[in-house]
Design a protein around this ligand. Structure first.
Ligand code: NCD
Length: 305
């Protein structure tokens, strides 16, 4: 039995397989519509979410399975003081697979060590978000036809943005990758990611605060929201939240084949006027997220179609 807590648990071959199955799902959705008949997915979300929870639920429904759900910590026994370990043991009796989001880093790992069914990390604090990364990888693969030889700009909250941490980790396995890390000083990529992922894999990277200067060299621009909920004081959040806003004028010298990604929700960091630009991919990314979660559920439940 296999869980998915960190994107580095998947080999490159497995990522390729997940993309291949996702591609087949896009082309032949009917083939998969009963693949998980009789199976139950439990979504345990102890932090707010629209997309990720609904994406998992929609994925399971599209596979013919059923869904049970906890959508806030207040509405379940966590509020009575139940441990993550006990919750995982209990929910294993009700379901065949669990997707868990939790504000504490490491909580889904603890759940996976105690559950008797696969556990998927749907976001743990400011740490990891492997299934958003699977959505990002499918988006990049479909839009650019490759996952190597790319200059990827990450812009915004690179400190608390768990989607950034997981995507950097995933991309570091491919050749010809360069990272351009654009953030205010206070929101730079954590040093453990720089040391254990970027430097360890000898990936070329630059850190900068100058957004406009680097846009022309990018193949992918990954915009992110400043993670308000992880700030210790509101003043810092207010000071930093609108530091980088992508507006049409900033794209003037961008490559025509640039792809703009964002895990969503967007607050202010991408002007709505960009939504109609052919380079904007963030709503397609949402669709690809659902498809990749279908592919992942099939893999973890060992269902072959
Ligand atoms: C992201 C998250 O939860 O980390 N959202 C998502 O899952 N698509 C990004 C964010 O909340 O800013």
């Amino acid at each position: 039995m296999r869980s998915l807590i960190d994107i580095k648990e998947l080999s490159t071959e497995e990522i390729n397989e997940l993309i291949a199955v996702a591609t087949d799902i896009i082309e032949n959705p009917k083939k998969y519509s009963e693949a998980c008949y009789g199976k139950i997915l439990a979504t345990l979300f102890f932090e707010p979410s629209t997309r990720t929870r609904l994406s998992f639920e929609s994925a399971m429904c599209s596979l013919g399975g059923k869904v049970i759900s906890v959508s806030s910590a207040d509405s379940c026994s966590a509020s009575k003081g139940e441990s993550v370990a006990d919750t995982a043991k209990v929910v294993s009796c009700y379901s065949d697979i669990i997707a868990m989001r939790h504000p504490k880093e490491g909580a889904p790992l603890v759940a996976s060590m105690n559950a008797s069914v696969p556990v998927i990390n749907a976001g743990d604090g400011g740490h990891n978000h492997p299934t958003q990364t699977l959505a990002d990888l499918l988006t990049i693969h479909r839009e650019l036809g490759r996952l190597d030889n790319l200059t990827i700009g990450f812009c915004g909250d690179l400190k608390f943005g768990r989607t950034v941490h997981s995507l950097i980790t995933a991309m570091s396995r491919y050749t010809g990758i360069k990272f351009v890390l654009i953030s205010p000083e206070e929101l730079k990529v954590p040093s453990y990611i720089k040391r254990d992922v970027i430097k360890k894999n000898n990936i070329e990277y630059v850190q900068t605060t100058d957004f406009e200067a680097v846009i022309p060299e990018l193949d992918i621009l990954y915009m992110t929201r400043v993670q308000k909920e992880r700030f210790f004081n509101e003043e810092d959040y207010l000071r930093l939240k609108d530091r980088y806003i992508l507006t049409p004028d900033k794209l003037e010298f961008a490559k025509p084949e640039l792809k703009i990604l964002h895990p969503l929700p967007r607050v202010n960091e991408i002007a709505v006027a960009i939504d109609d630009d052919p380079r904007a991919c963030y709503f397609k990314q949402v669709y690809y997220g659902r498809i990749m979660r279908m592919s992942l559920i099939l893999k973890l439940l060992e269902v072959n179609v």
